[in-house]
Ligand binder design. Sequence first.
Ligand code: FES
Length: 124
Amino acid sequence: MTFISLPIDLYASMDLVDGGTAVAFDVVYAGQICRAFAVRFEGRPCAYLNRCTHVPMEMDYQPGRFFDDTGRWLLCATHGAAYRPDTGACAGGPCRGGLVKIELSEVQNVVRWHTDHHLQPVEF
Ligand code: FES
């Protein structure tokens, strides 16, 4: 199977506020269009598939709201699984492994997604 690896401009850096609301985008994962999200944590942009590892459903309790009140954990609204914002690793609750991480970079005030063979843009 062929795939194309591309850097894709997602958002302006200022759209991602540390510990704040996530920004959403769509990806093709395992042949399906899925929601993904990006947040900023400790200054760095991080992105994951919006799919809990407990039950494969979207995690935000309101659109774009993933952080707990402390801004230290990403929470799943359904049963309370907690994930590390920087790695997506399970940090507590009923999660089974970590979130699917999406590679980002940030250059000249633009956050870019680097596609790979697992995660492709919807257009392809
Ligand atoms: S679906 Fe996320 S914790 Fe159960």
